[in-house]
Structure formats: C-alpha cells, structure tokens
Ligand binder design. Sequence first.
Ligand SMILES: NC(=O)c1ccc[n+]([C@@H]2O[C@H](COP(=O)([O-])OP(=O)(O)OC[C@H]3O[C@@H](n4cnc5c(N)ncnc54)[C@H](O)[C@@H]3O)[C@@H](O)[C@H]2O)c1
Length: 308
Amino acid sequence: MGDEKPAAETKERAQSDRPIQRVGVIGAGQMGNGIAHAVALGGFDVALNDLSKEKYDAAMETIEKNLERQVNSGKISQEEMDKAQGRITFAESYSDFADADLVIEAATEEETVKRKIFVALCPYLKPEAIVGTNTSSISITRLAAATDRPERFIGLHFMNPVPVMELVEVIRGIATEDVTFGRAKEFVSTLGKTIAVSEDFPAFMVNRILLPMINEAVYTLYEGVGSVDAIDTAMRLGAHHPMGPLQLADFIGLDTCLSIMQVLYEGLADSKYRPCPLLVKYVEAGWLGRKSNRGFYDYRGETPMPTR
Ligand SMILES: NC(=O)c1ccc[n+]([C@@H]2O[C@H](COP(=O)([O-])OP(=O)(O)OC[C@H]3O[C@@H](n4cnc5c(N)ncnc54)[C@H](O)[C@@H]3O)[C@@H](O)[C@H]2O)c1
C-alpha cells in the first residue's frame, strides 16, 4: 500500500513507459490529417509532413474544425482539444522524424510515390523506429522491401474519417517481426480503435469487399441502369447502407478508388476487378470527388447535385 502512486502520476508513468511516444505522419490529406488528429488526441506527439506548408496549414484547419465538432457534441473537453492541437507540429523535412518511434505514411495511393518516400525517409530514422503505411491496397511486403527495415514495417489501415471510424486493419508483411506487430497493435488499442488483422493480399479485407461494390455501382451508372440519385437511393433505402456507393466513392476520392481497383485487377489477375471506364474518365478529368469539389456529385453549390 505504502508505495502506491497517485492515479495521475501512475498514468503519466504508464505514458512514459510506452514504447511508442512520438509519431510522424507523412501526407496531410484527408487521411493524414485524420490520423494526426486521432493520434494527438491519444496523447502522442505528432510531426506532420506534406509537400508544402500550405498543405499542413489546410490540414490544421480541418483538424481544428473536426475537434470543435467533437467538443460541441460533448465527446471531448475543450482542454483535450487544446492539448491535442498543441501536440501537432509541422515536419518540414524528414530530419524532423529523427526522434520518432513510429512514422505512418499516408501519402497518395501510388506505389512509386510511397517507395520514393520510404527510400528518402529511412536514413533519418532511429534504427528501432517502426514504419507504418496507411495504404488501402498495395502489398505491405513490397513496400517494406523499399525500406531498410522490413522487419519493422507494418500496414496500419485506418478508415475514413479517422476520428469517427472504429476500425484499423493491421497487416504484417512477410518479414514483419512479432515485436513490431505487438507494438503496432498496442498503439492502435491506445487510440481506442478496434483491430482486424488481415493477411497481406491486395486491398486486404475491407476494400477487397467494398471497392468492387463501388465499381459495380459505377458500371450500373455507366450502363444507364439508373441515375446517380437512383443508385444511391436504392442502396441507402434498399440495403440500408448509410451512404450510397457513389456518394461514398466521392468521399473516398475517385483517384484512390481507381488505384485500389487497379491493384485488385493486377494483383488478383481476375477480370471481375476491371475498373469501370467511367471511373477512369472521371479521374482523367480531375473529377476526384469531394476533395476537388466534383465527382459523381457537384459540390460547388449549397447542396451536392448529381452529375448524371
Ligand atoms: N480516402 C480514403 O477513404 C482512405 C481510407 C483509408 C486509407 N486511405 C489511404 O490513405 C492514403 C492517403 O489517402 P487520402 O485519401 O488522404 O489522399 P489525399 O489525396 O487526400 O492526400 C494525399 C496527401 O499526400 C500528399 N503527398 C503526396 N506525395 C507526397 C510526398 N512525397 N510527401 C508528403 N506528402 C505527399 C499530398 O500532397 C496530399 O496532401 C492513401 O494511401 C489511401 O489509399 C484512404
């Protein structure tokens, strides 16, 4: 009894005993800012990197808005919001990750982009630092091979929007060590998320099931079976999906949807995963969904308007 610590001190000590304390995030887009938000709320220091300071500033604005929403709905206190914001800093270069225990890559879903990041990043990291990727579909084993530490590399697939969604898929590459797997799982649990472990197959579990459904919705539109509104209404009211598949595609980002379908098509060599030509056309037009203000819906007015 005599040497029992007061609760606050015990919590602080538990925090300083955590093998992961400082986290880096690369890519401050919709996923990167969501990850930074959730990780900072979890009590970790976060260094957030993107191609420019403007992208970081835009991410911080989004984080502020989303934290405010959580305060207003009583999910967190104003003090927790202030602390979380104070824990996030701009990482102008990879040298700002020198003391990071974990760096999570959340840049554009293109293998060449991600490989280049890992090659440039690794020389700046502590030898024991873990590298995670938020890829939606690309082989963890192949990405790990672009690093100097495949045994300390892991897939951490957060869901969108990160502060709201409960699940993180955790994926080991062929070389991922047990200790890395254990630390990654502990880290994810600390964030209050639930883990689903997936084998390293193209698009893992959630997107292996979800994206072919979205692609089929685009084919349904392409073949004139129904309009954007009819397809989304059908799936919302007929299958009780919280969002129609085309609305969801806009939310994910059509470029990301196309990349995932390409990974499935090439990785599983099955024609059932062929990306719909209409999806390809929208991406070629730069109509990427919400993030570019136009996709299957046009978001430039007061209310989203279906484009077909
Ligand atoms: N959108 C989703 O619903 C979703 C869900 C889970 C996982 N993901 C995955 O998360 C990752 C990011 O997706 P997103 O939706 O946030 O995309 P996004 O387009 O919103 O953001 C990507 C960000 O990466 C930045 N970037 C590109 N190259 C970079 C580089 N070399 N260094 C630093 N930053 C760079 C871009 O400037 C951009 O800000 C992808 O791998 C995607 O598959 C997306």
